[in-house]
Design a protein around this ligand. Structure first.
Ligand SMILES: NC(=O)c1ccc[n+]([C@@H]2O[C@H](COP(=O)([O-])OP(=O)(O)OC[C@H]3O[C@@H](n4cnc5c(N)ncnc54)[C@H](OP(=O)(O)O)[C@@H]3O)[C@@H](O)[C@H]2O)c1
Length: 504
């Protein structure tokens, strides 16, 4: 991770309390990210970590577990000197999420640690737990008085996705959280927004005068957003059965990318100004009718096939997946943003597992210019300008242009103007959570979802999921692992005279 100018001062003194501290997320992402922040001198000098979990461990045992985890998942070399100081700040709290006694004991432990590590009582509480436990934990924290802020201390709670599984449950969860927390204390995290290219979208759009004048319905034909994964569900079958790709990727990550592409320029880069503009985009999409859903949304599930030459199982054969599962591992949809900038410009979104190639790309397809001048040069074969913003695996931006081929006649060729993040030189390897954790410590909520953004996202996704649940898919599996997805997704664009931009 390369520190940005906004990231030069260390975060505020605080204790980070991680619920679910023996889990996968803590070991793979949170601990290595905190360690990376320490290496970049972005952690406060006065700092502690408390891991809350139910395993019968003491602090020494927990530190050993964390050392093993760091050695397995660190993205930077583990320097003994840095680790020794870091480790001395790690503590363990054993308890069940629902046990009030565990929170009483946690309260007294945190009081002592605030003095020992001079954290001013600031608490960053990270819920790295199954989502069903969010409500229980915040209620217990509230009852123990651990969520109360004062002029001297802040308390912030980071909540992992998924935030609800439909509009109703998201509304209920937001209401439950608000009984003990204010909105300004709640950091709903989306790790996609920690990626450099995603953060660069605002800079690209609003720090360059070139694109903004053409960033609208007059010049843009349509937009595509693709999040394609090569991986299947692996060991997460039980989780995926209840989730599916629409809840896992589209409702949160893809909708956020869409907001960054489609939003109006915010009045400032202050969190509320940016979030106000994002929510307006989602509100301008609104819910599709059942007839529109049947026309504009398709789903798929992978069968067996070959990915990069290796034979792989179909979804229904994966561990903990029902042999008759109707869960969608692929979805594609066309959404319209009904505002002055975008009316009539389709936004095509798609995501799936076990596809031919891992790639996350936003494509802005510009309108075809009046190329009659070049009819002789083969007009029909000439593609209009296209801007590709690649987020994974490579982070780069490519503008496809026309150029004249050298020679005595006029012959056109498509050429690429591109910029890759690699051009900035070797980046410090990162987990993608560093920036987000740092922002929590400085109180910057720009990259976190506000309640109304979550609710507006579910207002779009829920009718689609409800209709699909009421009409169980009969044709599953309908795409082979390692393919580009179901034929119905191609048809979605072909019937409108367009086609997906697939990875080269
Ligand atoms: N893993 C990732 O990379 C990732 C990425 C994005 C989002 N997320 C989200 O992050 C959250 C955590 O994911 P995860 O993969 O870390 O889950 P996980 O590996 O299942 O870890 C959950 C942790 O919670 C603990 N726990 C569960 N019930 C408990 C209880 N009643 N009392 C005390 N501790 C309890 C578990 O303890 P035991 O070990 O004792 O069972 C475990 O330490 C989920 O919301 C997930 O969707 C994860």
């Amino acid at each position: 991770m390369t520190p940005t100018p906004a990231m030069e001062r260390p975060g505020d003194p605080c204790t980070v309390v991680i619920f679910g501290a023996m889990g996968d997320l803590t070991k793979r992402k949170l601990l290595p990210s905190l360690y990376n922040l320490r290496c970049h001198n972005l952690l406060p000098k006065d700092f502690a970590v408390v891991g809350f979990a139910r395993r019968p461990l003491d602090t020494a045992g927990f530190r050993t577990e964390m050392e093993h985890a760091l050695k397995s998942f660190a993205t930077l070399p583990v320097e003994p000197g840095i680790w020794a100081d870091f480790e001395s700040r790690i503590h363990y709290a054993k308890g069940e999420f629902g046990d009030p006694e565990a929170y009483r004991s946690l309260t007294s432990q945190l009081g002592q640690l605030a003095i020992e590590h001079q954290t001013r009582g600031n608490l960053l509480i990270y819920l790295a737990t199954p989502p069903d436990d969010f409500g229980t934990i915040v209620k217990q924290l509230g009852a123990a008085g651990l969520l109360t802020e004062s002029a001297e201390r802040w308390v912030r709670v980071v909540v992992e996705k998924p935030f609800g599984r439909d509009l109703e449950s998201a509304l209920a969860l937001n209401a439950e959280m608000r009984t003990v927390l204010t909105e300004s204390q709640l950091f709903r995290i989306d790790h996609y927004l920690g990626k450099e290219t995603v953060q660069n979208l605002l800079v690209f759009r609003f720090a360059n005068g070139l694109f903004e004048p053409v960033w609208n319905r007059r010049y843009i034909d349509h937009v595509q957003i693709t999040v394609a994964e090569e991986l299947g569900v692996g060991s997460r079958g039980a989780f995926y059965e209840k989730t599916g790709v629409t809840r896992d990727i589209i409702q949160n990550h893809i909708f956020q990318l869409l907001c960054l592409i489609a939003m109006e320029p915010p009045s400032s880069l202050a969190a509320e100004a940016v979030r106000n503009e994002k929510v307006k985009v989602l509100e301008a999409i609104g819910a599709l009718t059942p007839e529109q859903i049947l026309q504009q949304a398709v789903r798929g599930q992978y069968g067996e096939g070959f990915v990069q030459g290796t034979k792989v199982l179909g979804y229904r054969q994966e561990t903990a997946v029902a042999p008759t599962s109707r869960t969608e591992t692929y979805a594609a949809m066309r959404l319209n943003i009904e505002n002055w900038r975008w009316a009539g410009v389709p936004f095509y979104l798609r995501s799936g597992k076990r596809l031919a190639k891992r790639h996350t790309r936003i494509t802005i397809q510009f309108r075809r210019p009046p190329l009659l001048l070049f009819r002789e040069a083969g007009l029909d074969t000439i593609e209009p300008n296209r801007l590709d913003i690649d987020i994974q695996p490579e982070e780069k931006i490519t503008l496809r242009m026309k150029a004249k081929l050298p020679g005595p006649t006029i012959r056109l060729k498509t050429v690429d103007l591109d910029f890759s993040y690699r051009d900035f030189g070797e980046q410090s390897p990162a987990t993608g959570y560093e920036r987000l954790l740092y922002d929590c410590m400085t109180g910057d909520m720009t990259l976190f979802h506000r309640a109304d953004i979550v609710e507006a996202s579910w207002r779009i996704a829920t009718p689609i999921l409800d209709l699909w649940a009421s009409l169980p898919a009969r044709e599953f599996p309908n795409y082979a692992a390692g393919s580009l997805g179901p034929a119905s997704a191609d048809e979605l664009l072909n019937k409108e005279g367009r086609r997906w931009v697939n990875p080269e």
